[in-house]
Design a protein around this ligand. Structure first.
Ligand SMILES: [Zn+2]
Length: 180
């Protein structure tokens, strides 16, 4: 087990197109396991190789909120199909302290090699599709802050949520306290 250093926005490696993995060697497996450890250590739901300074097409992800023990390792992933649309609130271990609104597909179908080198095909919707697209973008050198509608600090976001909540309460009291 090894926790690796997470590179943050401003480091050039996060803007680079990553290279396919040619062979799943013990070193590649070690990298995958270290990425899982690093993701868990930072309470993340995904981590891509360039975030730990390696320009390879690998990411690890926890796309199912209900099953956080289920970690996916995706090597040389390809997005086969995207459909629908959703607006997501995203953060990133490489952009600590910030969140932003990003448009993502509602459903994605993805093909990748697992840690044993077997080709797998998956379909994810909602949160899972969000996580997979975010991680896939890292392999293309794209950070969510490059494509977000807005980016704000965690504090600003909390304030925004509180304002929305108060606005909703006000509207409800106008309607005589009905739960609408
Ligand atoms: Zn990220």
């Amino acid at each position: 087990m090894a926790i690796r250093k997470v590179f943050v926005k401003g480091e050039e490696i996060l803007t680079k197109h990553c290279k396919p993995v040619r062979e799943i060697t013990p070193r590649v497996r070690e990298l995958c396991n270290d990425m899982i450890d690093t993701m868990r250590d930072q309470d993340g739901v995904g981590l891509a190789a360039p975030q730990v300074g390696v320009m390879k097409r690998i990411f690890v992800a926890i796309p199912d909120r209900e099953d956080e023990d289920n970690v996916y390792v995706m090597i040389n992933p390809e997005i086969l199909e995207k459909s629908g649309e959703q607006e997501c609130v995203e953060g990133c271990l490489s952009v600590p302290g910030y969140v932003g609104h990003v448009k993502r597909p509602m459903t994605v179908r993805v093909k990748a090699l697992d840690i044993d080198g077997n080709e797998q095909e998956y379909e994810f919707s909602g949160f899972g599709a969000n996580v997979i697209c975010h991680e896939y973008d890292h392999l293309e050198g794209i950070l969510y802050t490059d494509i977000a509608r807005d980016v704000m600090t965690n504090e600003e976001y909390d304030k925004l949520l509180k304002e929305k909540e108060e606005d909703l309460k006000r509207k409800m009291s106008v309607k005589g306290g009905m739960s609408v």
